[in-house]
Design a protein around this ligand. Structure first.
Ligand code: RFL
Length: 398
């Protein structure tokens, strides 16, 4: 298909080819709006970057309606149950039958990104990999611009009518004047060793293990790859965990002796994730609009980040279409106000989940207090049907 942008710009310049940028780009092309995506990393890198896997029903609806759901409908698997293990035993929550009655579709983020890249190119999109953006400017005027660097590092300028900052938590587009955009940030003081293991899921459901040595989790990804999490000390070097230490600790915290063995396999990837939140308000500055992690980083404790990124991309695509096709700037002016309540609701739930799954280990009175709170929260979830319905709505909804 013919490219719908020019060498020196496009109507909408999108920084970043993660879920936010790629969904936005695809929806804009479908609406007949020319756009261009610049991505710092190589195509191979973004198509292999394993992160999220749990897509909410609303996310699936947006992707399918945008003609972006073929892969996830063919290969995604439905999950509507999660299990909690603790000293007191194990209980399952069939959240797919509670609340709004919706389940997750498990589809690895790298497969979704691969589908979105292929579709964007198929629709004639201009997607420049290996092209970092070093500066975004002119945001107060009619012709905002960005400085991109080609394969040999040579800088060049791209100009557009709007810029969409979809460049994640460390991106350049979120570096905005402090008096124009306020950051709301919290480091939760909890870190996870995030592991990808080449082994079929050992358990039929997402399993959260609450343990005084720290949280451990098991999440399906594909029939042959499983994600495990182990809470670790902040600042841990992921390489300092040997495979045998990982399996020993997983067995202990998941209580394998009591509930059955885990399936072991080669550890394909290990990384330390610090649980952090960072929300910018407003998510806009002049002609720059932020979406995804760039606007509202969320801890992975409730698996919301990729879902919020897709929802923001849809809201932004509709607002650009109104501005460009109908000369109606109102949806763009309301963009932050539309997205932020959804982001804060997810932040609140994700923060609640952190308190459900973690408590400090120490024997001081505050640690003891927080452990007792955590246990009470878990017990409330086990026994209270209204709490279970509310959990289901928040867990799977965005
Ligand atoms: P991304 O995916 O980080 O994409 C941003 C892109 O911008 C590029 N970039 C630049 N490009 C050009 N110039 C620059 N100067 C640039 N700076 C950056 C980057 O290379 C990148 O390609 O952000 P986006 O699109 O907002 O998407 C956000 C999601 O990726 C993220 O929220 C989720 O992965 C979070 N997350 C999960 N979310 C879920 O909904 N469900 C889950 O189960 C889930 N599990 C997870 C997760 C995140 C994890 N980590 C690694 C933090 C599990 C983990 C371990």
């Amino acid at each position: 298909m013919k490219k719908r942008s020019s060498a020196d710009g496009a109507t909408v310049l999108i920084v970043g080819a993660g879920p936010a940028g790629l969904v936005l780009g695809n929806l804009l092309l479908a609406a007949g709006i020319d756009c261009l995506i610049v991505e710092r990393s190589s195509r191979e890198h973004v198509e292999r970057r394993a992160r999220a896997g749990f897509l909410a029903a609303d996310t699936v609806r947006v992707l399918v309606a945008g003609g972006l759901g073929a892969g996830l409908l063919a290969r995604g698997r439905q999950h509507g149950t999660c299990v909690f293990r603790s000293e007191r035993g194990e209980f399952a929550l069939h959240y797919g039958d509670l609340g709004r009655g919706e389940a997750h579709t498990v589809y690895p983020q790298q497969e979704l990104v691969t589908d979105l890249v292929a579709e964007f190119l198929h629709r004639g999109g201009d997607l420049r990999f290996g092209t970092p953006v070093s500066e975004v400017g002119g945001l107060d005027g009619e012709r905002p611009w960005l400085v991109a660097h080609g394969a040999d590092g040579t800088p060049y300028r791209l100009t557009g009518r709007y810029v969409a900052g979809c460049d994640g938590r460390h991106g350049v587009s979120r570096r905005l004047p402090a008096d124009a955009v306020r950051s709301h940030r919290r480091r939760h003081g909890v870190s996870w060793l995030a592991l990808l293991v080449e082994t079929p899921p050992a358990l039929p459901a997402v399993t959260y293990a609450v343990h005084d040595r720290g949280f451990a989790g098991h999440m399906a990804r594909t029939p042959s790859v499983t994600r495990y999490y182990l809470q670790c000390e902040p600042g841990t070097d992921p390489g300092s965990w040997s495979d045998s230490a990982i399996w020993e600790e997983l067995d202990l915290r998941m209580r394998a002796e009591r509930f059955g063995p885990l399936r072991r396999g080669p550890v394909l990837e290990r990384a330390v994730v610090d649980l952090e939140s960072d929300v910018l308000d407003p998510m806009q500055y002049g002609r720059l609009f932020l979406a995804g992690d760039a606007a509202g980083l969320i801890s992975p404790s409730a698996a919301k980040g990729a879902n919020l990124a897709v929802m923001a991309a849809e809201t932004l695509a509709q607002a650009f279409a109104a501005a460009l096709h109908l000369r109606d700037e109102e949806p763009l002016a309301r963009y932050s106000a539309t997205c932020l309540p959804r982001i804060w609701r997810a932040q609140e739930f994700s923060h609640w989940m952190i308190g459900l799954l973690h408590a400090p280990r120490g024997d001081d009175e505050e640690s003891r207090f927080l452990r007792a709170l955590r246990d009470s929260r878990l017990e409330n979830l086990r026994t209270s049907p209204p709490q279970q319905h509310s959990f289901a709505d928040n867990y799977v909804g965005v």
